[in-house]
Design a protein around this ligand. Structure first.
Ligand SMILES: Cc1cc2nc3c(=O)[nH]c(=O)nc-3n(C[C@H](O)[C@H](O)[C@H](O)COP(=O)(O)O)c2cc1C
Length: 176
């Protein structure tokens, strides 16, 4: 009840970095493995496809969250935060998540089905992130305003990897 009460979108971020243990918990809450015997996750996915990959875009580069090993794999070096959205805070916020659907993991259905299911699946993960942020005093906002084709190019994604949403995360800006 408490985290639901305080869940909200915030766009005023401090530039303070997020300690790695907090980021680690955030990613596990987002879509980590919570049942090792089946490999199922904290968020549901249509047909258990687990097609949404979380890319973590920070000042140090771009990383992909591997839920199976609960580890980050570096994909790119260099700071591309500015390319993850149109709003001014994206270039300074410590973490921008990018939700990418891998259509190669969705074995059946039309492209329309894939779009619908992957958007729903990304939404569940995003809400987990919102609730984790509420519990940890972090500020966050999910963002649809993303130049997807431009960002896909920068991230060197395959054509069947589709960017669904982005989400910025940081500590709230301290009031003066
Ligand atoms: C699918 C989706 C896309 C959104 N895109 C943006 C966005 O691009 N930029 C932004 O500042 N907020 C975005 N939001 C946040 C909404 O504006 C916000 O959730 C809404 O105003 C309600 O506020 P609340 O989350 O504090 O309840 C988006 C929310 C959703 C669910």
């Amino acid at each position: 009840m408490q985290v639901l009460k305080s869940r909200q979108s915030s766009r005023d971020f401090s530039t303070d970095s997020i300690p790695l243990p907090v980021l680690s918990n955030l990613l596990w809450a987002a879509c980590g493995v919570n049942r090792t015997e089946s490999g199922k996750r904290t968020s549901p996915s249509a047909m258990n496809w687990q097609e949404i990959d979380l890319y973590i875009v920070t000042a140090s580069g771009v990383f992909r969250y591997d839920a199976k090993t609960h580890a980050l794999e570096q994909i790119l070096t260099g700071d591309i935060r500015e390319r993850t959205g149109s709003q001014p805070f994206v270039k300074e916020v410590p973490v921008n998540l990018v939700y990418v659907a891998d259509y190669a993991r969705m074995s059946r259905g039309s492209d329309e089905d894939k779009m619908l299911y992957s958007a729903a699946d990304a939404g569940f993960i995003s809400e987990n992130v919102y609730l984790f942020c509420a519990s940890e005093g972090l500020a966050t906002v999910v963002r649809g305003s993303v130049d997807r084709s431009e960002l896909a190019k920068v991230m060197k994604l395959r054509p069947d990897q589709k960017i669904i949403l982005a989400q910025s995360i940081g500590y709230p800006k301290k009031s003066e």
